[in-house]
Design a protein around this ligand. Structure first.
Ligand code: FUB
Ligand code: ZN
Length: 617
């Protein structure tokens, strides 16, 4: 693999490889997500985080949107048609993303007060919609005559986030008001743009995946077709000629048609949302060209442009990519939104292929790059996630550009989406976290239950209870990091085939005690030698977690700490440290060091931090 060679990312048989089966007969979406609304998460790792999402993250977002910034006031002003717009031209999107987070929270944790707040917001949003369906407070307050002229101004990006919020709120409450606003805005856009009408290449992708959700919610194929048309607009010279000359088309993924893409380039979050939109449209339109492009792009991202934390986008300059293997640590950008985007995209790839290599990356991005984006208390956020710090990089309560806090607000309550999947032949177990899940499958209720101390421990106890005999396979993911495991059913070890990273258990019955015991040793990993910033360095990981050194635990001679071949490690239970962690103590030569999980850094006094540690032979 690319950035770090110890892990087993091999080129698995995938449709893009030569000599593989043709695509025409293959259903393009193999796995359906088990929606998080069915997944009751209850464990020592995630439950406190989900509770803090309700008690801290959402209140911070609401306070910022209503009181500390003018985001909600912009809607109030736009409704009245008077007053100024404050903030950035795409600030509406933060309101929509926080609203989506509220909706997800309401699904598993009904809360009349929070629902009332969301209804108030939706009233303000609806009142700000123009008669022709247009909605965007920036242009309403600064001159509607200037709308739809600059493709970089995020009008469709904001519309996309509104649609996602609307779908979420409709699912949570059955209330249609924001959905109706969204439908009117989508219809407005389709009156202006589309085949035989005006060209448009959204400067920031997002609308495409949102239109697919709108299609799935309204059953109106025109929204899917419009998403497809927008994707096909790219790469033909119709797009933005640049933000006053600052950006070239590669920043916007607008150099060549998307089905011809081979390399990731430009802005990282834009890429992730584009790839999600392509995967969604491909699945529904059976567009194998899109899948082949996504396959090539995945290799380019994961083998040549991804950090060990699952973060992507190394450069602050374009919030994105430079050249292959350029992965600076101190200056790493690794925007939180991009790591969340990696989760969104990799889930789609897994659903298309049934290959667990995508869940390996999803898990890496989720537990490291994305989770670092929020403080342990849930009230402060990283926008940029470097792999090294001089002690001057800290989470903030909010940002002028607040895409990352609002991203966290919608991502955390929906993590249950990534745990299970269903297909014609199988139930898929992708992630390990304590939960009880009830789904309908083949006309009967199935209850799946996991008990585990993951990510600290590799033992997972799983049971599946069905009402009647149930024929499907259980496909249990063996993570890429796991080299040794034992799978047992009712205390009897079973040796079952492993297909694309899943142990395939065919012989099971309702109520069986299925136990997966994964060895979770400490691994010392090195980067691909082409990553010049990591030459002579090593990183430490255990299970899905990447570890780092913080100065506060390693105050003596932090800059000269080095691992050696004779290093010895010990995993230490630290229930009172950083919300309860397993730290890793190491003795290397005469030096002692203590590692903590990367996600937990910068939650104590300021100090230096590093993931990649000098290695002395
Ligand atoms: O432009 C909207 C969002 O703001 C992007 O996704 C982030 O990178 C930030 O620039
Ligand atoms: Zn962001």
């Amino acid at each position: 693999m690319k950035k770090y060679i110890v892990l087993p990312f091999v080129c698995l048989a995938f449709w893009g490889c030569s000599g593989q089966k043709t695509l025409t007969d293959v259903p393009l979406k193999m796995i359906d997500q088990v929606d998080f609304s069915h997944v009751r998460i209850q464990d020592d790792f995630w439950s406190p985080r989900l509770n803090r999402h309700i008690s801290a993250t959402l209140p911070v977002c609401i306070d910022q949107i209503e009181n500390q910034t003018g985001r909600m006031q912009n809607f109030v002003n736009a409704a009245k048609g008077e007053g100024e717009h404050s903030g950035i031209f795409f600030d509406d999107s933060d309101v929509y993303k926080a609203l989506e987070g509220i909706a997800y929270s309401l699904i598993n944790n009904p809360n009349p007060e929070l629902e009332k707040k969301a209804d108030e917001w939706i009233d303000n949003i609806a009142a700000a919609q123009q008669l022709d369906g247009y909605i965007n407070t920036f242009y309403t307050l600064t001159g509607l005559d200037r709308r739809w002229k600059n493709m970089d101004k995020h009008e469709m990006y904001c519309a996309g986030h509104m649609i996602e919020a609307a779908v979420a709120y409709y699912q949570a409450t059955g209330k249609r008001k924001l959905l109706d606003v969204s439908v009117r805005m989508a219809d407005h856009m389709m009156e202006l743009f589309g085949p035989g009408k005006r060209h448009w290449v959204p400067g920031h992708e997002e609308i495409e995946l949102a239109l697919v959700k709108l299609y799935q919610t309204t059953n109106q194929p025109k929204y899917l077709d419009f998403a497809n048309w927008l994707l096909e607009e790219r790469g033909h010279g119709h797009g933005s000629k640049g933000n006053e000359g600052k950006w070239d088309p590669s920043y916007y993924q607008d150099v060549i048609p998307v089905r011809d893409l081979t390399d990731i380039s430009g802005h990282a979050v834009r890429c992730m949302y584009l790839y999600c939109g392509m995967a969604d449209v491909a699945a529904l339109k059976k567009d194998t060209g899109y899948i082949a492009a996504l396959d090539r792009l995945w290799d380019d991202v994961v083998l040549r442009n991804m950090y060990v934390t699952g973060g992507i986008g190394s450069s602050k300059h374009n919030e994105g990519f430079t050249e292959d293997y350029d992965l600076p640590n101190l200056d790493a950008y690794c925007e939180t939104c991009a790591s969340v985007g990696m989760v969104y995209w990799n889930q789609r790839m897994n659903q298309l292929t049934g290959d667990s290599k995508y869940v390996d990356v999803l898990e890496r991005s989720m537990y490291n790059g994305a989770l670092a984006g929020v403080s342990l208390a849930g009230d402060r956020f990283f926008y940029v996630n470097p792999l090294e710090s001089n002690g001057d990089h800290h989470r903030q309560a909010w940002y002028g550009c607040a895409c990352c806090p609002s991203q966290i607000s919608r991502f955390l309550p929906s993590i249950g989406n990534y745990v299970y999947g269903t297909s014609d032949k199988a139930l898929w177990v992708n992630l390990y976290m304590g939960n009880t899940t009830r789904i309908m499958s083949d006309g009967q209720e199935i209850t799946l239950k996991q008990e585990t101390d993951y990510p600290w421990d590799g033992e997972v106890r799983l049971s599946v209870v069905t009402e009647r005999p149930f024929k499907k396979e259980l496909r249990i993911r063996i993570p890429g990091w796991c080299k040794n495991y034992i799978l047992s059913v009712n205390d009897n070890q079973v040796n079952v085939p492993v297909d694309k990273g899943y142990a395939v258990l065919k012989d099971w019955k309702s109520g069986d005690r299925i136990v997966l015991k994964m060895d979770m040793p400490i691994e010392v990993v090195s980067a691909d030698p082409r990553v010049k910033q990591d030459i002579g360095k090593r990183a430490v990981q255990r299970g899905p977690l990447v570890y780092c050194l913080e100065e506060t635990d390693n105050s003596s001679d932090f800059d000269n700490i080095a691992l050696t071949p004779s290093v010895s490690f010990e995993v230490k239970d630290d229930p009172r440290k950083l919300g309860g962690i397993k730290s890793i103590d190491a003795v290397s030569g005469n030096q002692k060091m203590s590692f903590i999980p990367y996600y937990a850094w910068d939650n104590r006094e300021a100090g230096k931090m590093k993931v990649w540690i000098d290695y002395k032979e």
